[in-house]
Design a binder for this molecule. Structure first.
Ligand SMILES: Nc1ncnc2c1ncn2[C@@H]1O[C@H](COP(=O)(O)OP(=O)(O)O)[C@@H](O)[C@H]1O
Ligand SMILES: [Mg+2]
Length: 326
């Protein structure tokens, strides 16, 4: 990489980068005490934390989605709330409600579980659309309005939502047009036989305790650090070319938007930090492209496109758009 290529931005000091990398590895090490599976899952959660975006975790029941998010929130040292989505959950159960204080004879706001730095929205597709919207709006605006009163949510504010595959009965699929409020969609699958055996061995005496590695203050600093990661013109042109390729695919109704390109750049910066670099390269972009882009692509009706998936569209873009390896 040519250094003059890097956009003028406050440079990241080597010391700052080294410290960040050590802390992030420590978070991953903590999480791996509880979750036996590919390191890419905790890596992608860190990408979202650093890039300031939300995550949709998908997988069948019992693959440790809830366990993973709990462990991650604890390791990051953030205030943490879990919201279990159910068919009778109301928007006010998420944001909060005014309750009558008998002693004062006045209405007092009872803040909902959304007021935390890390919020686990568990099984969000089990609640109807109106309740999902309360969460999706808070994610987008980083504030909530309760009976006309607007209140800011904490910073950082990270929503990790889990969802079971939508083919199940009695679930409400998330509105396609709102899926792009998630920076990343991550699929969690079954562990390998070795990982599953290791899980059995490590679960004898209950779940291992997680030590907090970071603090809220450090998380905010790390988000600042991530913003200083350099991105060259070449890499930016590659991001744009990938987005355009998804728009032009014959099976696609609506491809990656410019907002998706921005998300791709932010995630690539975070991925670079996790690899100890102060600049993002084409490889960073390629590594995050699938979780950043796939869920934002709206396909033409199934009859017209056969079995093509959103992931296939991203894979085709990664295959067809030319690039110079890093
Ligand atoms: N890969 C894994 N590593 C560690 N524990 C696992 C793994 N997969 C499943 N488990 C265990 O299985 C149980 C169910 O996990 P849970 O987080 O409730 O799953 P989900 O939220 O996906 O339904 C927990 O006790 C969890 O520790
Ligand atoms: Mg669960």
């Amino acid at each position: 990489m040519r250094s003059q290529d890097v956009q003028a931005a406050p440079r990241l000091q080597p010391e700052e980068l080294r410290t960040a990398l050590a802390e992030l590895k420590a978070v991953q090490a903590e999480v791996s005490r509880v979750y036996q599976g590919p390191a890419s899952v905790s890596q992608m959660l860190l990408v979202s934390l650093l890039a300031g975006g939300h995550v949709l975790l998908e997988g069948v029941p019992g693959v440790a989605k809830t366990t993973m998010v709990n462990a991650f929130a604890e390791a990051v040292g953030a205030s943490f709330k879990r919201i279990q989505f159910t068919p009778d959950l109301l928007p006010g159960d998420i944001t909060g409600t005014f309750v009558l204080d008998m002693k004062e004879n006045a209405f007092r706001l009872r803040r909902g579980p959304i007021f935390a730095s890390v919020v686990l929205g568990d099984e969000i597709n089990r609640a109807p659309a109106k309740t999902q919207s309360a969460l999706l709006e808070a994610m987008q605006e980083r504030q909530v309005t309760i009976e006309g009163e607007t209140m800011a949510l904490p910073a950082p504010f990270l929503v990790l939502a889990t969802q079971n595959p939508v083919e199940q009965e009695g679930v409400y699929p998330l509105p396609e047009a709102q899926l792009d409020r998630f920076l990343l969609r991550i699929s969690m699958s079954y562990p390998s036989p070795q990982q599953e055996a290791k899980m059995l061995a490590s679960h004898g005496a209950g779940r291992p305790a997680i030590r907090p590695v970071l603090t809220i203050k450090r998380v905010l600093e790390l988000i600042e650090t991530t913003r200083k990661v350099g991105v060259t013109d070449t890499v930016q042109r590659y991001i744009v070319a990938l987005a355009i390729a998804t728009r032009e695919h014959r099976a696609v109704l609506l491809g990656a938007s410019p907002r998706a390109s921005l998300a791709l750049q932010a995630a690539a910066r975070a991925h670079a930090i996790l690899n100890g670099r102060d600049y993002a390269n084409v490889d960073d972009v390629r590594r995050v492209a699938r979780p950043v882009l796939a869920h934002r692509i709206i396909l033409k009706p199934a009859v017209a496109v056969g079995g093509v998936t959103q992931e296939d569209i991203v894979a085709a873009a990664l295959r067809d758009v030319p690039y110079d390896p890093a």
